[in-house]
Ligand binder design. Structure first.
Ligand code: SAM
Ligand code: TMP
Ligand code: ZN
Length: 405
């Protein structure tokens, strides 16, 4: 029996992906062979409804100084965060000398815009090499993990923050109580702690099982975030569904009683009731869909290989670690994955050890099929790779079910 990291309640396991590597720990083919593996299992708290993993990977293994993910690799995400910055500059960051703090700023995809607007800011992110890119754009960044003590230190050194923001990071942090304590220490009276992460409702509805990997320790929903905020002295006062990464939710929290909740909170709670997101049967059904999808994907790849068709992967995403390692897809079925991230090229994918090549390799020559691991960027990738389709190529997708387009 595992206790909930948020409320201490009982976590009921609903899926076991087995032995999995650290999803962003790409392997140097000339380096050593030691890899960290852990058991990736997910469950659902019967008290506060938070979906979470049962085992946790140490944070330094997931987010080392040379963490290879770069947020700015997608034009759609650059646009999304530029719009987010504009919104904050017009709403939360008004008044005299506002101060903005971002947890997990990575390469400065959003922080750069705040910096260019001349607003006082500070990014906090332990990924030293990513943070260098942010600094080159003029951003101020501390390369460390944000936690309770960090919030208090920043407050003492720079004063209170009107806005603390974090994208695709808070759900990665098992020790979330410490994050809220740090936010409480740092936030100005009336300020907001806003975060956005993949949305549980979308993951369940579309069987986006590969959104489950080491970094996504929690799968947030409106109800579970509302319970969590309340437990840590905050209140969920607004939610906004976002179309990025296959469906995300932006949660605005404030100290309890400081802001009136918008109707969107109650609307999304009602939507989750309708979707039965607090009920165990939903997760049993989800598990059955995952198994069926994975079986169908391996069958498809095996039969294409038997027919002599070429298939390569597109996008060495963290998500692909779950797919390849759970399904047992290695270089025999997918000889390589192409990816535009320089830091990933020339490496092997964790666990499955599929070589990663630059995008040029994709057209040299085009394969018959491309398995789109970066399905959350499908529109952007397919628009960029129109010549592949024109050459007769087809995309294979494995969510919400296995299909070819
Ligand atoms: N915000 C970016 C985005 O949305 O694309 C980056 C997301 S990336 C998946 C998560 C980032 O959070 C990494 O750069 C990682 O180093 C950072 N991170 C993880 N734990 C953190 C913590 N406790 N404090 C600050 N940053 C953290
Ligand atoms: P993400 O789904 O976690 O954002 O990761 C997307 C991965 O796909 C990242 O490694 C960059 C890669 N990618 C490409 O190779 N080409 C592209 O056009 C896009 C948008 C992403
Ligand atoms: Zn709980």
């Amino acid at each position: 029996m595992t206790s909930c990291r948020i409320c201490g309640g009982t976590v009921q396991e609903f899926f076991d992906f087995g032995r999995q590597p650290v999803s962003d720990a790409f392997i140097d083919p000339n380096g050593g062979n030691t890899e960290f593996f852990y058991r990736l299992t997910v469950g659902h708290c019967t008290t506060c409804s938070m979906v979470q993993q049962l085992k946790e990977v140490p944070r330094d293994r997931m987010f080392p100084g040379d963490y290879p993910y770069r947020s700015s690799g997608s034009a759609v995400m650059r646009k999304h965060f530029a719009a987010t910055a504009d919104r904050f500059l017009a709403t939360e960051l008004v008044g005299e000398d506002p101060f903005y703090v971002e947890i997990g700023c990575n390469d400065g995809i959003l922080l750069g815009a705040i910096s260019r607007a001349g607003v006082r800011h500070l990014g906090v992110d332990p990924a030293e090499s990513a943070v260098e890119v942010a600094r080159e754009q003029g951003c101020r960044v501390r390369s460390c993990f944000f936690e309770e003590a960090t919030g208090a230190e920043i407050r003492a050194a720079e004063g209170p923050a009107q806005l603390i923001f974090s994208a695709n990071t808070i759900s990665h942090i098992g020790y979330i109580e410490s994050i809220f304590a740090g936010a409480d220490a740092l936030l100005a009276p009336g300020g907001a702690f806003v975060f956005e992460d993949r949305y549980l409702g979308d993951i369940v509805e579309h069987a986006y099982f590969d959104q489950i990997y080491d970094e996504h320790f929690y799968l947030f929903g409106v109800r579970s975030v509302q319970n969590m905020a309340q437990r840590f002295g905050f209140e969920l006062v607004d939610v906004e569904h976002l179309p990025v990464h296959g469906g995300a939710m932006r949660y605005t929290t404030a100290r309890a009683g400081e802001r009136a909740p918008t109707p969107a909170v109650a609307e999304w709670l009602a939507s989750e009731e309708k979707q039965r997101l607090a009920e165990p049967e939903v997760y049993t059904e989800f598990g059955a869909r995952v198994e069926a999808n994975c079986r169908a994907l391996v069958e498809l790849l095996t039969s294409l290989r038997a027919e002599g068709r070429s298939v390569v992967g597109y996008g060495a995403t963290s998500k692909s670690a779950t797919v390849t390692n759970y399904c047992g897809i290695g270089p025999d079925l997918i000889p390589f994955i192409c990816d535009s991230t320089r830091e990933k090229q020339g490496r092997l994918t964790p666990g499955a050890r599929i070589p990663i090549l630059p995008p040029d390799a994709f057209s040299d020559p085009y394969p018959d099929y491309a398995l789109l691991f970066a399905w959350n960027h499908a529109e952007e990738v397919m628009a960029k790779e129109q010549a592949f389709r024109e050459a007769g190529g087809r995309w294979i997708l494995y969510v919400p079910d296995v299909h070819i387009v």
